[in-house]
Write a protein that binds this ligand. Structure first.
Ligand code: MG
Ligand code: MG
Length: 632
């Protein structure tokens, strides 16, 4: 598999782009003319720079408004092409992209266009160059790859071929299987992009909202399966126009790009077993079975405060690490209960994380069938493995670095006994300390909005997890975008919150914790009222919800007065969907905006109480007010 990416896909000047593209492991680049024009070197220098990075130029683009023109525009178009051919030879690339004509002057006519391409093929062929023709979704006469292929077919010249672009085909809803009728050796390059479902004109959608395969909603896998069926073996080239990416980190966008292509081809290989697909073998997407534990890094004093808060929620210290300053807090039965680890070591990764972020949930463990295979898949997809030296008798639990710099451990049958092996029990408090919390419902991570797609691709590529549609959460300080990544059975649910500015609660948390990611943990109970009462008895202070909320709730859902009273008494938020009901209680903020949530799901409720978020945020901001918000 040869991978390539258009320079236009990432930010930076040409030098930065090439360095990031090479570091991410691509084989080639499409040189976008604009990038080249903005660079203050000669074409030959650009070509040398590309090759010095170990890359090749897979394509020079774009050449616009060529085919089907009347004279004198037609002759001028050929003159323009000759000048670009000169440039390509200096650059050291042999393939040019011609996109379908959008000019009002274009006459149309398949044979007229074919004749133009035949002549262009003659001129290109003499120089050892090739030309690929791409149907723009908004082309004046040609906007469908089937028509573009008919022109290429009738041009009947070795130097003229077809260029496919998943966006142009899929955005118009053209059946990708029609590609299966095209000979693979007549396809000169395949460009790939995904995009979120949106209703807007095709040109704006394409120029601003494309994203990496797997980040959007288009059936790019179906597209690529059809391409694979043709026998096409050339480069797979990302061509992503996205405003966020152009403002993002070149390094991380390039890594996302490479990851998206490897993941895409892995999916194609799995769904087309009869076709030989050239992609490195890797374990299948990982089924996640639950959150095994969440680990906090803290200093002794803050660990004490965190422990006190956990106690009010019915947790008790369960075991202590034999060699380290690490305590396991637990609620529920045996290892299937909720495991919260507090690490106050003065060395190692947890300590470094504490020094940067303050007390924070820097790591979590996910239960999987095979932890080694999970790490192997993650590595094949460009994730960084995490290793830390371990003491005698301690287990080496397979782990990777998460996107935000935290750690994700993988617990399987081989390591499930870690609590018995590395920890010794502390004298047990009575069962009555418990408050009925039975599991982790979701882990909420916060990041800058521009990074959200990176997180989503990371999780959905490695794990068998699906992303939900994005929801806007209105914070009085600005918008927060929320998107869920979850396994089909809900065993692992991650809610991702992208903050656009630091005046939102989420943005405040990012700023104050210097980029810590886990902002809240939601525990599950099977009886919210019993749990709320038990926690209140232990001194838990629920986040106080405005009385106005309950008046509104009564009006919205027609809730019975007795139930409403109970909700109000315990500051419980309520939501309902077609599947069932949802109950939520929040803790007050711990530290700089971290908090806990307790939820009960009744029936098949699938959401996260998005409608309640503005009320929750307003209450949390009231609590933060003495320290001042925004900080900045
Ligand atoms: Mg294209
Ligand atoms: Mg939540």
């Amino acid at each position: 598999m040869k991978t390539s990416i258009a320079t236009v896909s990432i930010s930076g000047d040409l030098r930065e782009k090439l360095a990031a593209i090479a570091a991410a492991g691509f084989d080639g680049v499409e040189i976008f003319e604009q990038d080249f024009l903005a660079f203050d070197g000669t074409p030959a220098e650009v070509g040398r720079m590309v090759r010095d990075h170990g890359l090749e130029i897979t394509l020079f683009q774009p050449f616009r408004d060529f085919e089907g023109l009347p004279e004198p525009q037609r002759s001028r178009a050929f003159d323009r092409a000759e000048r670009k051919f000169d440039l390509m030879q200096e650059l050291g690339t042999d393939l040019m992209l011609v996109c379908s004509n959008v000019s009002p002057a274009a006459l149309g006519g398949i044979d007229r266009a074919a004749a133009d391409f035949r002549e262009l093929g003659e001129r290109a062929g003499k120089r050892g160059l090739r030309v690929g023709y791409e149907a723009l979704a908004w082309g004046r006469h040609i906007s469908d790859h089937r028509d573009a292929w008919e022109i290429v077919r009738r041009a009947d010249h070795q130097a003229i071929g077809l260029i496919l672009d998943s966006f142009h085909t899929l955005a118009r809803g053209i059946d990708a299987d029609t590609i299966r009728a095209i000979p693979g050796d007549r396809i000169f390059i395949v460009q790939l992009a995904d995009a979120p479902k949106m209703t807007m004109d095709l040109l704006s959608w394409s120029r601003h909202y494309r994203n990496m395969p797997g980040q959007g909603d288009l059936p790019v896998v179906d597209f690529m399966r059809a391409v694979a069926a043709t026998g096409y073996a050339g480069p797979l080239s990302l061509e992503i126009f996205n405003d966020q990416f152009r403002g993002g980190s070149p390094r991380s966008i390039a890594v996302d790009g490479r990851r998206s292509l490897v993941n895409l081809m892995d999916q194609v290989r799995r769904s087309e077993p009869a076709i030989a697909i050239d992609v490195p073998a890797m374990p299948e997407p990982v089924q996640v079975e639950g959150v095994a534990f969440v680990e906090f890094a803290a200093n002794e004093e803050e660990a004490g405060a965190l422990g006190s808060l956990l106690m009010t929620m019915g947790f008790a210290p369960h075991a202590r690490h034999r060699n380290k300053e690490v305590v396991l807090w637990r609620q529920g039965t045996a290892a299937d209960g909720i495991n919260i680890v507090i690490n106050t070591e003065h060395e190692g990764f947890a300590h470094s994380s504490y020094l940067v972020h303050g007390t924070n949930a820097y790591a979590f463990g996910i239960k999987v069938g095979d932890a080694e295979a999970t790490v192997a898949r993650a590595r094949a997809l460009g994730a960084e493995p995490f290793e830390q030296k371990h003491g005698p008798g301690e287990l080496a639990i397979p782990a990777i670095r998460g996107v935000g710099g935290g750690v994700i451990y993988f617990i399987d049958d081989r390591s499930a006994s870690v609590w018995d092996i590395e920890f010794e029990p502390v004298p047990q408090a009575a069962q009555s300390t418990q408050a009925g919390l039975v599991g982790i419902d979701h882990v909420a991570q916060t990041m800058n909005y521009e990074e959200m797609l990176t997180w989503i691709l990371f999780y959905t590529a490695i794990f068998r997890m699906e992303k939900s549609p994005m929801v806007d959460v209105v914070d009085p300080g600005g918008l927060v975008r929320s998107q869920v990544v979850e396994s089909a059975d809900g065993a692992v649910r991650l809610t991702l919150n992208g903050a656009e500015n630091h005046k939102t609660l989420a943005g405040h948390f990012i700023a104050e914790s210097f980029g810590s990611s886990v902002q809240h943990l939601a525990f599950r109970t099977d009886n919210i009222f019993a749990t709320a009462a038990a926690m209140a008895g232990r001194g838990f202070r629920a986040l106080e919800i405005s009385p106005n909320y309950y008046d509104d709730l009564a009006a919205r859902f027609g809730i019975q007065p007795e139930l409403l009273d109970q909700l109000r008494t315990h500051n419980i938020l309520y939501d309902r969907d077609d599947g069932g009901e949802y109950f939520q209680v929040y803790s007050t903020n711990y530290s700089e905006g971290f908090f806990f949530e307790i939820v009960e799901r009744r029936g098949g409720y699938r959401g996260y109480g998005a409608a309640n978020a503005p009320f929750r945020i307003a209450a949390q901001k009231r609590q933060l007010r003495p320290t001042g918000l925004p900080r900045s």
